[in-house]
Design a protein. Structure first.
Length: 225
């Protein structure tokens, strides 16, 4: 059974045939778009230990154990949209993943499904470049995820894919900021909030998303066989 599933899985991944638009295909793409929208408006409250720059001086003060504990815990509100994108491409492949993102972008230009709304005017929002950057990032990831990538390869794909999104997003933001004659302080603040520590969380959760997508894909093949 395992060899049969693996053979079918590899066959599905490596066939160079064009996508056939069937009812099943449309349902999968629709569910993927819905998943992206849900992730856009989902916030995960993450708490994890970390070492602040002033840790030594802080420990020398007379503080309670609770105060020290809170000082060495990082609290972060994380939006898991980028990991969900890589989960989708890992689950369904490059072609279906690209179609889902294209569908998401087209819908967003008519309906308020982006983080700050929607419509054609969203083309001139600072964050729209991040959304456009999903396409090359997912194309790259979907191409390299064929076969059985090991952890280091998945980590590399995650890092390059996430950095592609953030770098292109920043460049687009600078373009829009130039058109608007935005002050430098606003530009620095935007970059810091959207592409600061967020990058590291995106890479970590993208690795998780890719592995979850691969395992879900195998599970679906087993259920279908």
């Amino acid at each position: 059974m395992t060899k049969r599933v693996e053979k079918q899985l590899n066959s599905f991944k490596y066939k160079g045939e064009p996508i056939k638009i069937t009812l099943g295909t449309l349902v999968l793409i629709g569910l993927s778009v819905l998943l992206i929208i849900v992730a856009t408006f989902t916030q995960l409250n993450i708490v994890h230990p970390y070492i602040p720059a002033d840790s030594l001086s802080y420990l020398s003060q007379e503080l309670t154990d609770t105060e020290i504990l809170h000082h060495f815990l990082k609290r972060y509100q994380y939006i898991p949209q980028i990991p969900v994108l890589f989960f989708i491409v890992s689950l369904m492949g490059r072609k279906f993943g690209m179609l889902a993102i294209i569908g998401y972008i087209i819908l967003g230009l008519f309906f308020p499904i982006f983080a700050l709304g929607g419509g054609v005017s969203y083309l001139f929002e600072y964050g729209f470049g991040y959304i456009l950057a999903y396409l090359p990032a997912i194309f790259f990831a979907g191409t390299l995820l064929k076969g059985k990538p090991d952890f280091l390869r998945v980590l590399m794909i995650s890092a390059i894919g996430v950095l592609t999104i953030h770098v292109l997003g920043i460049l687009y933001m600078l373009f829009v900021a130039t058109l608007r004659h935005a002050p430098v302080e606003l530009i620095i603040s935007w970059i810091s909030s959207q592409s600061g520590v967020q990058v590291f969380y995106d890479i970590f959760f993208t690795v998780v998303g890719i592995y979850l997508g691969k395992q879900t894909r195998k599970l679906l093949w087993i259920v279908m066989c």
